[in-house]
Design a protein around this ligand. Structure first.
Ligand SMILES: Nc1ncnc2c1ncn2[C@@H]1O[C@H](COP(=O)(O)OP(=O)(O)OP(=O)(O)O)[C@@H](O)[C@H]1O
Length: 252
């Protein structure tokens, strides 16, 4: 459930421009995007292929830098940080879930989940980790290795790992891209529960209207621009909006 009280943005970009390459081959992947991702909310980023979704996510999460404009995690402007501080910020304040599960094959489920905390030299809250293990339904798998799990189970481990250190925001890039629809629904349900029951913040890139319908709000990109936002999405409404673009849309 969402409340009427506006919460501060966990992440945002202001006038974000990203140009890849130079001269004739330059691609303007982001063309002046300003968008906030409110704390305690599940936001999906949608748009046609090549519209700039992954670029927006990577720049908002400090995995890539903007050509101009600013990206913030909370009040921290990423462009003002040197490499070391940026690495620490990503480690301490951001969680990631990717299409490829990116688990460490030699570590058990429990060790994979604890990895961000181990790298940071922190313990994390035992109660939190315990609650997470139950939410993702992996208690009986804690001592298994990733190769002994299904794809859906591996992605659930990746989700637990992303939330383990209680980051300000979890960015997920096509988290269901490698999963069958049932496992995908489970992972999306998990992301939704983490937001609604555990007061987490999730920003998810997807091209799938069914996946986007799990979010509280969908932001739409086309040609590197923010063209629409939709509260309380349904798969049908998102699909209709996507059809209406046909690659274009009036910038908001
Ligand atoms: N490293 C790069 N070098 C050059 N161009 C790039 C690079 N990364 C992305 N682009 C271009 O920037 C534009 C936006 O790409 P981006 O991957 O952000 O789009 P997307 O909406 O995530 O697409 P998809 O849904 O197909 O993954 C595209 O035209 C793409 O070809």
């Amino acid at each position: 459930m969402t409340t009427a009280t506006a919460r501060p943005d966990a992440a945002r970009v202001v006038d974000a421009v990203k140009v890849y390459g130079t001269g004739d081959t330059a691609v303007r992947a982001l063309d002046g995007v300003s968008v906030g991702f409110p704390a305690g909310r599940f936001t999906a980023i949608m748009g046609p292929s090549g519209s700039g979704k992954s670029t927006l996510m990577h720049c908002a999460a400090g995995l890539d830098t903007l050509t101009s404009g600013s990206a913030y995690i909370g009040d921290t402007e990423l462009g003002a940080l040197d490499d070391r501080r940026l690495t620490l910020l990503r480690r301490d304040r951001i969680g990631f879930v990717f299409q490829a599960f990116n688990l460490i094959p030699t570590l058990t489920v429990a060790e994979n989940i604890a990895l961000p905390m181990d790298l940071a030299g922190t313990k994390g809250s035992r109660a939190w980790t315990d609650a997470l293990v139950d939410v993702v339904g992996l208690r009986d798998r804690l001592h298994h290795r990733p190769s002994e799990l299904s794809g859906g189970q591996q992605q659930r481990v990746a989700v637990a790992r992303a939330f383990a250190s209680e980051p300000d925001v979890v960015f997920a890039d096509e988290p269901t891209g490698n999963l069958d629809s049932r496992s995908g629904q489970e992972v999306l349900g998990l992301l939704g529960r983490a937001v609604r029951r555990m007061d987490r913040t999730v920003v998810m890139v997807t091209h799938d209207p069914v996946a986007a319908a799990h979010a509280d709000e969908v932001v739409f990109l086309a040609d590197g621009r923010l063209v629409d936002r939709m509260e309380n999405p349904t798969a049908d409404k998102v699909l209709d909006r996507m059809k209406a673009f046909d690659g274009k849309g009036a910038p908001v």
